[in-house]
Ligand binder design. Structure first.
Ligand SMILES: NC(=O)c1ccc[n+]([C@@H]2O[C@H](COP(=O)([O-])OP(=O)(O)OC[C@H]3O[C@@H](n4cnc5c(N)ncnc54)[C@H](O)[C@@H]3O)[C@@H](O)[C@H]2O)c1
Length: 255
């Protein structure tokens, strides 16, 4: 089968780890060159080397996706190197755990900025390199948490809900340029962000049961399963899909 993304250039925020890394690698395996926007330089460089080992080109530079100057600098470098951007995966994320009486203003602001403001800044900057090509894909990694209440996830859930709402606006605004905007909403997924919390198979199975997984066997998602949804939304079979959310959660939430 021909590769779906030959000649495409994709920027993946938070591409140095977990779902972002898996997405970067899957897009690269389908032919895309990759720009890694990750605040963690060592992680970003490592994934860039893995992409290059597949025979694709990669650019990684330490970048805070919630800082416009840093994002613009990386996108400018991507423009000089590749001449365009076709795909943005807005994936960078952090978790915070605090209920309303413990939550600090700093934690609220940082969590919302890393998820929601990053989506705005990275999409806006990348669009300028996408529009001339008349084709583009914006894929946002949101979360089941945008749909289901869970104590302690306030700013995280609010930011993911904001990304959901903003994706619909962006889908309408960018359709004229041949750009689609969609979300992937993972349930609990085994990445460095959560692995430490669920160290053994038993604990992982328990978490799967308590979060309501119905697919068999009951288990948490693998990062590659989320990346496969990202690939579908970036690929050649989803031209008519925009403004929607693909849930990958083992049946724990059904909209
Ligand atoms: N793992 C899960 O269970 C799960 C479930 C639903 C949604 N998500 C979402 O998936 C995304 C990826 O999560 P993950 O589990 O792969 O996490 P992870 O911690 O493994 O990876 C996150 C990456 O984002 C980078 N990052 C953090 N802040 C950044 C910033 N300001 N600028 C640029 N890069 C930054 C980190 O350095 C890291 O490489 C997040 O948006 C998360 O909210 C994860």
């Amino acid at each position: 089968m021909p590769m779906q993304l030959e000649g495409r250039v994709a920027m993946v925020t938070g591409g140095g780890s977990g779902i972002g890394r898996a997405s970067a690698m899957m897009l690269a395996r389908e032919g895309a060159d990759i720009v890694i926007c990750d605040i963690d330089d060592a992680a970003g460089q490592k994934v860039a080397a893995e992409v290059e080992a597949l025979g694709r080109e990669a650019l990684a530079s330490p970048t805070d996706s919630s800082d416009s100057a840093q994002v613009n600098r990386l996108v400018e470098r991507a423009g000089k190197r590749f001449g365009k951007l076709d795909i943005v995966v807005n994936n960078a994320g952090i978790v915070s755990q605090a209920t309303i009486r413990e939550l600090t203003e700093e934690s609220w602001d940082r969590t919302v900025a890393v998820h929601l403001k990053s989506m705005f800044l990275c999409s806006q900057a990348a669009l300028e390199l996408m529009i001339p090509g008349g084709w583009g894909r914006i894929v946002n990694i949101i979360s089941r948490a945008a749909f289901k209440g869970r104590a302690g996830t306030g700013p995280y859930s609010a930011a993911k809900g904001g990304m959901l709402a903003y994706s619909r606006v962006l889908a309408v605004e960018t359709a004229q340029w041949g750009v689609t905007v969609n979300n992937v909403a993972p349930g609990t997924t085994l990445t460095p962000m959560v692995e430490a919390g669920f160290p053994t198979e038993d604990i992982r199975a328990q978490e799967a049961r308590s979060s309501g997984v119905i697919t068999q066997p009951m288990r948490l998602a693998e990062a590659d399963e989320i990346a496969a949804a990202v690939l579908y939304l970036c690929g050649t079979h989803s031209d008519h899909v925009t403004g929607t959310t693909l849930h990958v959660n083992g049946g724990t939430y059904m909209p």
